[in-house]
Design a protein around this ligand. Structure first.
Ligand SMILES: [Zn+2]
Length: 173
């Protein structure tokens, strides 16, 4: 881990703690050259391949997953740390399942399942990109599908989306 201030290669760990979901390790480091302190957030190195819509593969990247979820959570009550934790959690899950490859469709469905439990706005926003809705009616139908009959939103119930037209997270290349 290079120092972000002077690029020196060596640093010492000043403090380590488990964070968020209890699976990630956050480390406070101090550069051995310039003595500046910085924080590292350990992520898992995955070799899972993502099969995209155009039938090409790319390496799974937690950062890209994070970016896609973050885009859906912008201007919601979902914090940056919460999104980071979610991206890490999904990544850890894929690793635990020892998957070699996953389709963008499957990945999108996993993200949606989690977002549904976290924030309705983020969930709908992600679904809009993931499903590539063609008109406002499709969006309204999707919102309806998570609404209870009394008008309140169901945050944890199962959704009615099928898994067609998935995208790998919600950001375009
Ligand atoms: Zn330094």
């Amino acid at each position: 881990m290079k120092c972000p201030f002077c690029n020196f290669e060596e640093s010492k760990v000043a403090d380590s703690r488990e964070s968020m979901d209890g699976q990630a390790i956050k480390r406070r480091r101090q550069c051995l050259k310039c003595n500046q302190r910085f924080t590292t957030f350990e992520t898992i190195d995955l070799t899972v391949q993502v099969l995209k819509r155009d039938e090409t593969y790319e390496d799974f990247k937690q950062e890209k997953l994070f970016g896609g979820i973050m885009a859906a959570c912008r201007h919601t009550r979902v914090s940056h740390d919460k999104v980071k934790s979610l991206a890490y959690h999904i990544t850890a899950d894929l690793t635990a399942r020892q998957l070699r490859e996953i389709t963008t469709r499957e990945l999108g469905a996993i993200v949606m399942k989690h977002l549904q439990e976290i924030d309705t706005v983020a969930y709908i926003r992600f679904a809009c990109v993931y499903k590539r809705f063609k008109d406002i009616k499709e969006i309204l139908d999707a919102i309806d599908s998570i609404k209870h009959k009394d008008g309140s939103y169901c945050l944890t119930g199962k959704n009615n989306f099928n898994s067609e037209d998935a995208d790998y997270a919600s950001t375009r290349e």
